[in-house]
Design a protein around this ligand. Structure first.
Ligand code: PHE
Ligand code: ZN
Ligand code: ZN
Ligand code: ZN
Length: 314
């Protein structure tokens, strides 16, 4: 029946990669590696270079596209499946990957006018390799067929805020506004949270995740997404709005081994995590309250645009 994930997967064509174990970037001794992508039939071959270490490894983008719906108006949503060296990355980005999978499985129970396409990107942490490779692989016609792109990278940060990518860049300084239509996407998320009496924050939209290649000059696909915070410390106003611990990072385990099911065992501050546990429903380094509301927000945005993209520029 429709509750069977395998049956629901049948509603999609799987493209480019094959379903397999999440592929991590190998440990190369520094936080940010750089990489290049090479095409081949199975997926991507990635050369990762960091300091003096260089190695080549295979990774995949996993892409599931609905068999039904208007192919001239594709609603695309993505999350990166890889993690930094030496961490499983349960928040960065198990959170976005898992929520997107659930939304894809639920969407398989519906019939919508527009086609949906879900992407689990490889090698985001090595400079957006998987998503860049994908966007570069599209013809101008295929790019024009993508009505919008939604990105979910870190949506259950333990000491969270509810961030919505700032499509019009009204708050963030120094980065330009997103492509036309990005403001309308931002508004769908803002309305979702406003309807529930939840405050939001304008999240950086400068290209620091897999939406970057979609909003790049010359591509210009309207984009949006959610973000619950990484290395920045929580402010007093944040605590007033969301609870949590002032002065502690939104994700105290950002890019650390403790971004895991057992954060304290893996090096997180025990007193801080005791306090987060006291305040919130937590599961390892995931804040389940943030994950729950953001999963609903993802479902709402995907369904809204799968039904109708007329709010976006033609
Ligand atoms: N792309 C970042 C990552 O995966 C997420 C992030 C975006 C963190 C913007 C901070 C600011 O780590
Ligand atoms: Zn990361
Ligand atoms: Zn990430
Ligand atoms: Zn805005």
């Amino acid at each position: 029946g429709n509750g069977d994930p395998v049956a629901n997967i049948d509603r999609y064509n799987l493209l480019l990669g094959t379903l397999g174990a999440p592929v991590g970037i190998p440990s190369v001794g520094v936080s940010y590696a750089t990489g290049e992508a090479f095409a081949n039939t199975a997926g991507l071959t990635v050369r990762i270079t960091a300091d003096t270490t260089s190695e080549v490894r295979q990774t995949e983008n996993v892409i599931a596209e609905s068999k039904k719906g208007n192919a001239r108006s594709v609603v695309m949503a993505g999350a990166h499946l890889d993690a930094e060296p030496d961490t499983v990355g349960i928040n960065d980005n198990g959170s976005g990957s898992a929520a997107l999978l659930e939304v894809a499985l639920q969407m398989a129970k519906t019939k919508t006018p527009n086609k949906t396409r879900f992407a689990w990107w490889g090698a985001e942490e090595a400079n957006l390799i998987g998503s860049t490779f994908y966007v570069n692989s599209l013809t101008p016609e295929q790019r024009a067929d993508i009505a919008l792109y939604l990105n979910f990278d870190m949506i259950a940060s333990p000491n969270y805020i509810l961030g919505v990518y700032d499509g019009d860049d009204s708050a963030a300084e120094g980065s330009p506004a997103g492509p036309p239509g990005s403001t309308e996407i931002e508004a769908v998320f803002q309305d979702f949270f406003a309807d529930r009496g939840l405050p939001t924050r304008a999240a950086d939209f400068s290209g620091r995740s897999d939406y970057g290649p979609f909003i790049a000059a010359g591509v210009g696909i309207p984009s949006g997404g959610l973000f619950t915070g990484a290395e920045v410390p929580k402010t007093a106003q944040d605590v007033a709005d969301y609870g949590g611990v002032e002065g502690a990072q939104y994700d105290p385990c950002y890019h650390e081994p403790c971004d895991s099911l057992f954060p304290v065992r893996n090096g997180a501050d025990a007193a801080l995590y005791r306090e987060l546990d006291r305040q919130y429903d937590m599961f390892g380094n995931l804040n389940l309250e943030a994950l729950d509301v953001n999963s609903d927000a993802i479902a709402t945005a995907v369904l809204t645009f799968a039904l109708d993209t007329s709010s976006l520029p033609a």
